[in-house]
Design a protein around this ligand. Structure first.
Ligand code: FES
Ligand code: FES
Length: 157
């Protein structure tokens, strides 16, 4: 089966409208990285198994490596490039920096996205709730203890 014909789609990313012309079956992460040159969203497993490709869609965490871009037509997407546009996202980002909650950094944008979604819904989550929210996000460098510290810090500021 070949690629479908390119369609004109309208994505709203970090508050800016982007009119794109892509094969509508292309997963969102490829459109972000390759077409729009927004490289902050990482491609890890490509199988919805690692969390590296997380973005926010209408405030909820969505993995962008499998779902076709056409599903996001007309929805409000936030990527790591726009995460500091909200007060919560800015706090999370600053806490990750303060706690040096990254090593290679490959998983970090997904974790910042997940932490921002969590604290937007629950301003003071307990550790179990935080761990549950982070479960889909793998870190091969073992930065999770510092990530937990950063989220605690962001929650208390
Ligand atoms: S790249 Fe999407 S979950 Fe791993
Ligand atoms: S900091 Fe390297 S994978 Fe998480």
């Amino acid at each position: 089966m070949g690629a479908r014909h390119a369609l004109s789609l309208r994505l709203t990313i970090n508050g800016t409208r982007h009119d794109i012309t892509s094969d509508p079956d292309t997963p969102l992460v490829y459109v972000l990285r390759d077409e729009l040159k927004m490289k902050g969203t990482k491609l890890g497993c490509g199988l919805e198994q690692c969390g590296a490709c997380a973005v926010l869609v209408d405030g909820k965490v969505v993995l962008s490596c499998v779902t076709p871009v056409e599903v996001f037509d007309g929805q409000a997407i936030t990527t790591i490039e726009g995460i500091a546009d909200t007060e919560v996202g800015q706090r999370v980002q600053q806490a990750f920096v303060k706690e040096t909650a990254a090593q290679c950094g490959y998983c970090t944008s997904g974790l910042v996205i997940a932490a921002t979604a969590l604290l937007s819904e629950d301003a003071a989550p307990d550790e179990e709730t935080t761990k549950t929210a982070l479960t889909p996000h793998l870190c091969r460098c073992g930065s999770h203890p510092r990530v937990l510290k950063a989220i605690k810090e962001a929650a208390s500021t």
